[in-house]
Design a protein around this ligand. Sequence first.
Ligand code: CAA
Length: 279
Amino acid sequence: MAEAPNAPASAPTEEELSRAGLKLAVDGQVARITISRPERRNAMTGRTWTTLARIGRTLPDGVRIVVVTGEGDIFSAGIDLNMFTPEGVDGERSIVAGLADGSADEAALEEYIAGLQEGFLWLRRPDLVTVAAVRGHAIGAGFQLALSCDIRVLADDASLCMKEPALGLVPDLTGTKPLVDIVGVHRAVEICLTARRVGAREARELGLAELVVGVDELRGAVDDLVGGLLATNPDAATATKALLQQAAGNTLEQQAAAERRAQIGRLTALAEAMAAGSR
Ligand code: CAA
């Protein structure tokens, strides 16, 4: 059965999270999302991504940092390959249903994929800083999920692979833009069209990892990073991330103008806070 592309706006229940292969722990300003299907090497399904989208839509107020990680010694083996079989994954639509005999509704399939992409897109929200903590393989959709985050912290056993072209597919879960933004189109072509594994050390050299640490240090390194991120003013952090996100698409003049507008907003807020404090 096809899932509705736009899942309900209520927060997923524990049972729904579990069926989607996800765990969610919110502690004050920090949400930790764990991809958790260890028996399938944390492979993800359509339900994983529609549920991720719901998590994004229903995060409690005040959450500023989202850490995305995988259960055990792997980030994710990517899409559950059973999604491409006519039977699909238990309780979920097969992505290929009806395509061979022409009975599939392509517009509906495009809408369905857009719903899956929602699970990745919200991780760019300027009011959040999102961190991928990667151990072991991040393959296909797993790599794209890591690319959707602002910061990638890799354990030294991490391995990134854009496997889709090797399977006759394209990466369609919003990963191509950040990949090109980070490594440039030429390196992105090489990485995608060979579908080779990029190890942690090379990932750091290419800018695909902000930090590489020993496997046993991953949790502590991410906690330290989160502590540092929480030390900044939340509204300034949101305004700064928004500025940084538009920089690549702006001319220098446009970006300078955007900086001025953002700073006037910040100065106004600070002046108002000072005035209120002195009353
Ligand atoms: N989908 C479904 N099941 C998977 C899976 C996947 N992506 N990856 C692993 N599993 C299952 C295996 O079938 C196996 O199941 P059984 O115990 O029932 O046999 C179990 O998980 C353990 O797998 P392995 O024995 O292979 O574990 P490993 O540690 O030796 O290897 C791995 C791990 C390198 C991730 C390997 O499992 C692998 O290469 N998996 C497939 C990766 C893949 O091709 N993913 C799809 C990429 S494309 C994409 O994500 C996006 C897209 O197309 C749009």
